[in-house]
Design a protein around this ligand. Structure first.
Ligand SMILES: [Zn+2]
Length: 78
């Protein structure tokens, strides 16, 4: 499944058991010790967990939504 907007991955922070949006450029960078989410939540890479999102960070959601062009924004719900 391809996300509607490339460049963001939703990963769980073990700190708050919440899924934050992290730039794919960070997630794919093997040399990073920390990731920084769109909402400025930062977390050591070893405390990030990959699982199907259940609780999305509200701040990340707003910032993520703001990145989506208007002509794509409402297509996700069908
Ligand atoms: Zn967040």
């Amino acid at each position: 499944m391809t996300p509607p907007v490339p460049g963001v991955e939703w990963l769980m922070s073990a700190y708050d058991a919440t899924w934050h949006a992290f730039p794919t450029a960070q997630v794919s960078d093997q040399t990073r010790a920390f990731y920084q989410a769109l909402c400025d939540h930062s977390i050591p890479v070893r405390h990030v967990e990959r699982a199907a999102p259940r609780v999305l960070c509200a701040a990340c959601l707003v910032l993520y939504g703001a990145q989506i062009p208007d002509d794509q924004r409402w297509q996700m719900g069908g």
